[in-house]
Design a protein around this ligand. Sequence first.
Ligand code: F0G
Length: 364
Amino acid sequence: MTTHTRYTGLIEHYRDRLPVSDSTRIISLGEGNTPLIELHNIPRLIGKDVKIYVKYEGLNPTGSFKDRGMSMAVTKAVEEGSQAIICASTGNTSAAAAAYAVRAGIRAFVLIPEGKIAQGKLAQTLMYGAEIIQIRGNFDEGMSLVKQVADHAPVTIVNSINPYRLEGQKTAAFEIVDELGEAPDYHCLPVGNAGNITAYWNGYSEYAKETNGIPAVSSKVPVMCGYQAAGAAPFTAGKMIDNPETVATAIRIGHPQSWDLAWNVQKQSKGWFDSFADEKILAAQKMLSAYEGIFCEPASATSLAGAINDIATGKIPEGSTIVCTLTGNGLKDPDTAIQQCKDAHPVSIDASLDAVKKAILDNM
Ligand code: F0G
């Protein structure tokens, strides 16, 4: 006899490790349970004996890892009686906040840097009907305003300074260990506010020890590698920066909110931070699409750019198992993708069999 279990989101799936009770109304869109895809062609291309997996978070309901945290944060906001949520965002948090607010029947206010969020993210946020407040300033300024206004208006902040966000996001680490049977040796992530690297570390650490009577699931934790865009790299600079700039707009952040937490992750996991030029990040994005059939947004490819660099230098040794998180879907930022492929010239032909035949045979 076959039994059917319907996957209904990460809170239900990891309920015994998350702050919910039997009476909690769970706000979910079926987030989590995303594919962990082993790269087949890139390791061969770089000529190294490594196992690289990508955790494709672009397949979450709003197309990014933010859905994990937002499911948890909105569930708790509703449980606490909140009627409205607010966030500052480079685009993905706003899309997720907007969607989960609709699902819950509450309002969402989102502050975004005018002209600096990718088209797909803007389209989503508009469609979900959030109250969009565009500011003539960057993410860091928006974040500072959100923190101030929360003292003056009845709104719950759902940026990653909300601890429930990290609780939801730690489940990605659980899924990886559940699938691989053990933690990877290295885990590579793009870093903006550094909430996600902290959340993964919390998840891996929790799984490596007995928690609330649940035995440990893994016998080790990975080395955590955090990568930034060179123009927005406070962690490699060792200090906050005021005018971050990068094509990877999702991580165009100079004042990370989880600064101390992320340094703690680096020390505890014996990991490191590094940063890469936009060209390197875009090259990694293109490589994933062209060699593996995986389309992620520019910021997400920073994890692979970093991994490839550290594999090449031997900092990540051969024989390692590496997981790179691909934080967001490539469809989020069609403009950058089309710009990347401006030298590809699709042919235009008459709609006839002869012309199609010729177009194929000319290109064989
Ligand atoms: N990748 C993507 C696609 C993101 O959208 C973000 C952050 C990050 C990586 C960095 O994650 O901040 O936890 O270190 N986006 C936020 C937003 C800032 O507003 O959508 P982090």
